[in-house]
Structure formats: C-alpha cells, structure tokens
Design a binder for this molecule. Structure first.
Ligand SMILES: Cc1ncc(COP(=O)(O)O)c(C=O)c1O
Length: 396
C-alpha cells in the first residue's frame, strides 16, 4: 500500500511493542495516565445513564449537534466562569471526543507542512504525535520547575518568526513531569505572546488534580480578547476517560472554524455520554468527587515517594508532584530507561521511558511513573522491585 507521507512520522514501533507487554494482566503497571477505576462513582454513573435512557432516549441514541449538547456546553461555561472568573457563553464551548480530538483538530485547523510548533520540553507524547502528523517541525523550548522559560521562548519566536503557528503548553501538572507553572511565569508568558501572531493551545487535562487548596488560574483567565488562546478541558482525568467527554473553550469565531472540521471528523461526539455527563453535573457534586480522588492520589503519591526514598539509589533524582498523576525520575546520565524497562517487564513491572516525551533531541535516562492507577500494595510491591532492578543496573 502507498501510505501518505505523514505515516513516516508516526509512533516509534519499539516503544509500542514494549508498551503492549505492559498491558498484560499480571503486570504491575505504572505506565498509563489513568485515573483509578475504584474512584469512578459507579452508582451515580449508572443512575445517570438510566435516567437519560428513561427520559431522553430518542435524543440520547441519536446524533448530537456538532457543537455538542447545549445544556452540557452551558454547564461547562458556568463551571469555568465560577472557577476562573471568566465570562464565557455556551457558544464559546465546543464538545470534543476526548481532548485528544481537540489536539488533532487544532493541527488540522492551523498547521501546514513545515510550520513550526513550539513545545515545553518534555511534553505530552499524544500531542507530539498528533501534531507531528501534520508534517510540522516540532521545536523544544527549555522548561524549569516554574514552567516554560520565557527568554528561551522569545528566542524561538524571534528565530522562527512567522513559521511559528502554534505554542502547545500544559501549565498545570503537566504530562509527563507534573510541573505546574508559577503565577509569575504565566503572566510573563501572556505578556510575551500578545506581541506575536501565534496561537496558544492550553491543555488543561490535569488542572483540577491539585493536592493543594490554592490553584493557579489558567492562561485563558489572563484575557483572550485577541482570540489567541484555545483552552482544552477534559473529564477524562477527573471523572472517567471511557466517556470521551471533553471540550474546547475559545473565542466564538475560532469555535466556528473548529465546527467546520468537527463535522468532517466525526459528525458529533456521542450524544448519550454527553447527556449522561450533563445529568451527572446537574444532580451530583463533581467538586466533591474531585476532592475525593485527589486525596486518594495524594496518599498514593506519598506511598510511592516513601518507597523511592528507601529503595532507589541516591543517584536517581525525582520530583515531588503537587498534583497530577506522575512522578518524573531520572537515572544518572549515560544510563537508559528503556533498558531498565526491558528488565522491569521481565519482573512484571512497567513504566514509560522518558525519551518519547521530547519534541527535539531526546534525553534517554528519564522515566514517567504513574501513581494514581495502582493500589498502595501494588505501589509498594512494584516500586520495591523497580528499586532493586535499578540498583542492579546502575551497579553494572
Ligand atoms: C496532557 C494530556 N492532554 C490530553 C490527553 C487526552 O485525554 P482525553 O482525550 O482522554 O481527554 C491526555 C491523556 O493522557 C493528556 O495527558
């Protein structure tokens, strides 16, 4: 078959086959970026589905409108307005089938071959892959614990000039490092980008998974009159990924452009899951649910950090995430996390090697370890094994 050029840029086969092994049922997997299934409010979800099927079955089993179920768009706008002091209306919200679809449609809407997209480094593998498919040049902008480095971002914007169409950022508890941008960095970022004709995709998939009471405000709350910011939210990490309910918040004229694409991509997102989500938001307390899951995840993070401090060699460095789902660890330079994964899989433990998260030149000694989706017992067992394998590997 004669494949399109873009297939050359698709995912790395070796990692895919390693990750297939990580899915085996007897593996303790720290690989996925999933919420914990025990956290799903299953009775409330069941009840919402039943109510939707009893009272709105004709609409729920049909196509939804392309922009999404009107009541759900209103609820999302209201929630963002309440949480972030915004003034959004429902026509500034478009429902998407997961925020992954929003990333893909953003590529479709903005990117031509050889355009430049700027990324924090490291960044979300799914965004790198989705946007690579549009044959763009992906450029890494260095990042520190406070977020993307503003002087480096300015250098990249000035160097690539009008070739830069898009900046993709995850300011809150980003995937893979769980870093959260400081207020000052957010402000400096917004002050800088307003002088450039470039779109910003703010991926907020983890923004509500904070372990602290006070949360940073999203970039979109610094003002979006010029329409530069596109905000992607999702219920995947705060509720259930299987529903595939997510959204884009952007200026109305930008939403209209997305609408043209959305009807080509899938006509509409699932009507039944949108209505179920909407029913849930009207009749249950999602904020309480999020409080409950973040306290479970914080406890799991603490258990994981304790095992790491006891079982891993001191030369392995790691962060203490204040939210999100991952710990980001680094082996000493020259050691390869993929090699460690091969050995770990033989002992039925999995994680994701960090090399795939780099837009530019990869560092191969990092690892992303998920703590949300394993019980405390699994964390203790799996991380003790991983600590021992790491010690053995580093001693060679
Ligand atoms: C940063 C980030 N954005 C987007 C997604 C896609 O999420 P979904 O399509 O389930 O909303 C993920 C999933 O892991 C993610 O980590």
């Amino acid at each position: 078959m004669r494949f399109a050029n873009r297939m050359k840029y698709m995912e790395d086969k070796e990692l895919l086959s390693l990750m297939e092994l990580a899915d085996a049922p007897d593996i303790i997997s720290f690989a996925g970026g999933f919420p914990s299934p025990e956290s799903y409010p299953i009775e409330d979800i069941r009840n919402s589905f039943m109510k939707v099927l009893e009272t709105q079955w004709k609409e729920a089993l049909s196509y939804s409108s392309t922009s999404g179920f009107g009541r759900l768009r209103e609820q999302i706008a209201e929630r963002m307005n309440k949480n972030f002091g915004l003034n959004l209306t429902s026509d500034e919200i478009l429902i998407t089938t997961g925020s992954q679809q929003a990333l893909d449609m953003t590529g479709l809407m903005l990117i031509d071959k050889d355009d430049v997209i700027l990324f924090e480094t490291p960044s979300y593998l799914g965004a790198l892959n989705a946007l690579k498919a549009y044959e763009a040049e992906l450029v890494a902008v260095p990042t520190d614990d406070d977020g993307i480095k503003i002087d480096e971002l300015k250098k990249a914007l000035d160097y690539y000039k009008e070739r830069v169409k898009l900046i993709y950022v995850i300011p809150d508890f980003q995937n893979p490092t769980s870093r959260c941008w400081s207020y000052e960095r957010r402000k400096a970022f917004m002050d800088l980008i307003k002088d450039y004709d470039v779109a910003v995709l703010e991926d907020a998939a983890y923004s509500e998974l904070s372990f602290k009471d006070e949360k940073e405000k999203p970039l979109i709350s610094f003002g979006n009159d010029n329409g530069q910011l596109i905000y992607c939210g999702s219920f995947s990490k705060t509720f259930c990924p299987g529903l595939r309910v997510a959204w884009i918040a952007a200026r109305r004229d930008i939403i209209e452009q997305y609408l043209l694409l959305k009807s080509n991509v899938d006509l509409s997102s699932s009507a039944i899951t949108q209505r179920q989500m909407s029913y849930y938001l009207d009749h249950y307390d999602i904020d309480e649910h999020i409080k409950k899951i973040t306290s479970i995840y914080k406890k799991r993070r603490d258990v994981m950090l304790e095992v790491i401090s006891k079982e891993f060699p001191e030369s392995v460095t790691y962060n203490v995430p204040m939210g999100g789902l991952f710990i980001w660890m680094s082996l000493p330079e020259g050691k390869e996390s993929r090699e460690l994964l091969r050995r770990a899989l033989k002992e039925k433990v999995a994680f994701v090697p960090g090399g795939s998260f780099y837009p530019g030149e990869a560092k191969n000694n990092d690892m992303r370890i998920n703590f949300s989706n394993s019980t405390e017992e699994q964390i203790i067992k799996g991380m003790t094994i991983l600590g021992r394998i790491t010690r053995e590997y580093l001693e060679e």
